[in-house]
Design a binder for this molecule. Sequence first.
Ligand code: IVH
Length: 662
Amino acid sequence: MDKKQAKQEIDKLSKKINHHDYLYYALDKPEIADAQYDKLFRQLKDIEKEFPELLSPDSPTQRVGGQPLKSFKTYTHKKPLLSLDNAMNEEELLDFDRRVREGLDKAKIEYVCELKMDGLAVALVYEKGQLKIGSTRGDGVNGEDITQNLKTIRSIPLKLDKEVNLEVRGEVYLPYDDFIKLNEEREAEDEPKFANPRNAAAGSLRQLDSKITAKRPLDIYVYYAETHPKLKTHFETLEHIKKLGFKTNPNTKVCHGIEEVKKYIKHWETNREKLKYEIDGIVVKVNNLADQEKLGKTARAPRWAAAFKYPPMQAVTVIQDIKVQVGRTGAITPVAHLKPVHLAGVTVKRATLHNEDEVKRKGIKVGDHVIVQRAGEVIPEVVKVVKDKRTGHEKEFHMPKKCPVCGGELYRPEGEAITRCINARCSAQVIGRILQFCGREAMDIEHIGPALAEQLVEKKIVKDVADLYSLDKKDIQKLERFAEKSAQNVIDSVRGSKDKAHDRVLFGLGIRMVGRNVASLIAQHFDNLEDLFDIKTDKLTHIVGIGPKVAQSVEHFFAQKDNQQLVERLKKAGVNIKAAKAKGPQPLKGKTFVFTGGLEKITRPEAEELVRQLGGHPSSSVSKQTDYVVAGSEPGSKLEKARKLGVKIISEAQFRKILRST
Ligand code: IVH
C-alpha cells in the first residue's frame, strides 16, 4: 500500500467507524456485530501504525491519548453560554407563559419540554466538521478547554459527515449505576467518595490526565445548536443535530400550550426516579425560532426559556444523635440519627457519616441542622451543616475509644480511614458473619434473618457459623416469636445447606474483599478449602483476576488458627468444603463471563450461578482474559472496555442459546 492508498483507506475506515459509533452510542441501534466493528478498528490502527504521518487527531483511534496536561487553558466562548431563569412553582411557570404570550401577542404558545440534566454544561466547537474545542461553561463567558477529556466520550463525534462550522451545547453526565459503581471502587481503594453523580461527572471532566476520564463512562445529551437558515423551530434544530451525529434526549416533547407543559412536568416528577440519570427539573423552551429572537434575552438568560425546578432530593433536618455501628468486618461507622424527614418519597431517619474523617471534614456536631440527600444510594448522606442555625449548644462527636458493642479495643491502621473493632468475637461482628453465611448467595439458609441471628448471638446459643449446625430445636423454641414448626424450619434450612458448593462456603466465611465472584475464582483453583490454610499471597496473585490486596486478605484470614478450626468444624458438621466431582458436563470450563446492563429473563445472580454450574467463571470486571461479555439493556462501561480489548460481546438471547446448547 502506498501513502495515497493508505490515506484513502484511513478515510474510508474512519468514516465507517464514526458511522457505527453514532449508531451504537448516540442512537443505541447498532447495525453490525462487535467482531466486525473490532475488525474495522484493528485495520485502521494497523494502517496508522504503518503510516504514522497520516495519523489525524480526530481519528476514532485517538479518543484517549496525549500527555497529561499541566493545567487547563482558558477558553473564551464566542457567544456567552447563558443560564436559565427558574420557575420554582406552578405560579411562576404560569407567569413565564403569560410573559411569553404578551411578548409575542399570541394566545397559545408551542413549547418544547426537555429534561433538565443535572450534569455539566459544555460547548463543542466544530470547524469544517472537525471537533476543534470542547470547553466547560465556566462563568458563561470564560470556560476551560477540556477538549482532550471530552474526546473520550464516545457519543461526541470527533468528525461530522458534513464539513460544517457549528457550535453545539449540551450536558455531560454520569449515569446513576456508574456513579454507584465508581463510588464502590473508590471506597474499596480508600479514596473519598463523590457526593452525587454531578460531582462525579465534574471531577471526571477536571482530570488533567484524560486516561482517567476515559475510565469514567460519561455521556452527553446535546440540547442546543446555532441555527441553520432553513430551520424554523427548536425541535427541528434538535432533529437536525441528531442527524449530524449528536446524541439528543429521546424524552423531549413538543407541547401545545402551558397545560400540556404542566402535564409533562407532572409526569416526570413522578417518573424521574426511573431514569438512569439524575435530572433536577424540566426546561421549557419556546419552539419557534423567530419567536425566540423576538423575545430576546437578558444579560443572564434567554426570555424564551425557563427551568422548572423540582424540589431537590435533599432536605434539612436535625442530627439528634450520632451512634456508631459495628459491621461484619469490625468496621466502625458513625451514623447520624435524624429527626425524621420526608425525602424523595421516603421517611429518612438515619444517614451514614462514613467515617471519622468525614465527620471532621464536614464539621458535623450533634444538634446540628444538616442537609441530607439521597443520590442513588439507599442510605442517605449528610451533605453539609447549616451553620447559620447553630445555637452554640451543639456537641462535638468523638469516636469511641472502645467498641460500643463488646468493649474491645479499636484500631485504625495508619493511612486508612476506617477504624475497626479487632475482637473477632464481638457480637456485632458475629451477627454480621452469620448473616453473610446464611445469605442467599452463600449458604442460602432462608430461615435465619437479622432478628434470629441477633437472638442466637445475644443468648450465647451461637458464637460462630459452625455452631449453626448443632442448633437444637428446643433452644430455638425458647426464643421470642418461635414455635415448634418455625423452629423446625430453621433446623431444616440449616441442614439443607450442607451440600452447597465449596465456593459458596468460601464466600460465606465473609473474608474481607472476597465477594461472590472472587470466591468462585479462588475455589476453581483450590479443590479443598483446607488447601488454603497455608496459602501465600504470591500463589493467589498468580490467578488471573486476583490482585495483591485480595490475596493478602485471604492469606491473613486463613493464617489464623481460629479460622482454620472454624473450617474444620464445618467439615465435621458435614458441610461440603471440597469441589464437587463435576456434576454433569462442564462445557463452560475455563470460560469467563462478564454481565453488563439489565437482563430480561433472569436476574444477574441467577445468570452467574448458571455459568458456575456449567464450570464457567462469572467475573465483575472485563479484562483480556474475559471470554464473553453479555450485554443486556443499557449496558455500562464494561461494554466499551470489552470492545477496546476485543472481547466477544453477546446478547442475552445468545447467552441463553449457549446455555441451551450445552
Ligand atoms: S438550555 C440558552 N436545556 O441547566 C440555553 N439547559 O440552569 C440555556 N441544563 O447551564 C440552556 N439540561 O447546564 C438547557 N435540556 C437542557 C438542559 C440545560 C440541563 C443546564 C445547563 C444550563 C443550566 C441552566
